[in-house]
Ligand binder design. Structure first.
Ligand SMILES: Nc1ncnc2c1ncn2[C@@H]1O[C@H](COP(=O)(O)OP(=O)(O)OP(=O)(O)O)[C@@H](O)[C@H]1O
Ligand SMILES: [Mg+2]
Length: 314
């Protein structure tokens, strides 16, 4: 399905639907396919590094590569300081600038600037050549974007900057970033959702905005945490009847507990099916369906189950 055959991939979606989980699974699948992957976590809490079981490096630096994947936390003000470091080569002078109160005030006030620098940093990593002057440093850069509204705001920054600056350095830099972001051969915006009302509504709006407002290439739609009916309705009725007629208290409790969990699962499955149909109709792009993985804690083992699914879809 061509899920990670791009230079730059953004993973966007409503809060809590599984963006970090999907971004990590994609990164591992791409790593297994032999790619050098950089997974960028924007303003995150190093949850990606944690999930992959690697140490988080300081913001703006790539951590040690494990299984083909390196994780980098990207933070707006660190990216800005790094950029200034490139254009203002005298380190002592630069330190005086970044530590000044005026600068701190400026960065806090101009929040769009931090977002612009974040995207700039991502662009820099995506086209960076390796130090030995060979090919690109990374085959693919995967970005775990912040929750929806904010995530799209980052993507809008380069064209906003291009339009705001008539000529000169900023405009030229912004144009290069826009060119990469809007090129379907090099970039894909993957959407993540669960098959429930609110996330689906938000996903429909988001898909439209990516296409019509941002004019960026949509990739695939990942529908996460899908439930599967384990018992037929007749089986659930039989369980309930058995619970009612049982004379043993423990057995009664156990049977009715199983019956109610099974009924709950069936309910979720029906709901998921209904919203899958809506997605099919309203967001007609390639779809990857990922199961709800049941476990006490979602860790590497659970992640690997999703990696298998992604490999099968790819
Ligand atoms: N397929 C799955 N099966 C079971 N649990 C899942 C699955 N995918 C994600 N989860 C769980 O759902 C929760 C949210 O996932 P995740 O952190 O990836 O979402 P997110 O979209 O990145 O959230 P945020 O918007 O807060 O960054 C986590 O507890 C995660 O372990
Ligand atoms: Mg997240």
């Amino acid at each position: 399905m061509d899920l990670f055959d791009r230079q730059l991939i953004f993973v966007v979606g409503k809060g809590g639907v599984g963006k970090t989980t999907v971004a990590c699974s994609l990164a591992l699948a791409a790593g297994r396919a032999g790619k050098k992957v950089l997974l960028c976590e924007v303003d995150g809490l190093s949850r990606a590094a944690q999930l992959l079981g690697v140490d988080a490096a300081e913001p703006g630096r790539a951590g040690r590569m494990v299984d083909g994947v390196s994780v980098m936390g990207i933070e707006g003000s660190a990216a800005l300081a790094e950029y200034l470091g490139m254009v203002v080569p005298v380190r002592r002078f630069l330190q005086a600038v970044t530590q000044s109160e005026l600068y701190q005030y400026f960065v806090a006030a101009a929040s769009g600037l931090k977002e612009l620098m974040t995207i700039g940093k991502i662009w820099y990593e995506a086209q960076r050549t390796d130090e030995r002057g060979g090919g690109r440093q990374w085959d693919v850069v995967i970005v775990d974007a912040p929750a929806t509204g904010h995530g799209l705001q980052y993507l809008r920054m380069p064209s906003a900057a291009r339009d705001a600056f008539g000529a000169g350095l900023v405009r030229r830099e912004a144009e290069k970033v826009v060119a990469l972001l809007s090129d379907p051969k090099r970039t894909a915006i993957h959407l993540v959702t669960t098959a429930e009302e609110m996330p689906v509504n938000e996903t429909v709006t988001m898909a439209r905005r990516v296409r019509e407002e941002l004019r960026m290439p949509l990739g695939a739609l990942f529908v996460n945490r899908l439930h599967t009916e384990q018992f037929r309705p007749a089986d659930i009725d039989a369980l309930l009847a058995a619970a009612r007629s049982s004379r043993q208290r423990d057995t009664k409790l156990l049977l009715s507990e199983v019956a109610s969990r099974a009924a709950e699962e069936s309910g979720w499955t029906r709901l998921n099916k209904r919203y899958l149909r809506e997605l099919e109709r309203d967001v007609p792009i390639p779809r990857v369906e990922l199961p709800f993985v049941f476990s006490e804690e979602f860790g590497r083992q659970q992640l690997l189950e999703l990696v298998d699914q992604i490999e099968a879809a790819e």
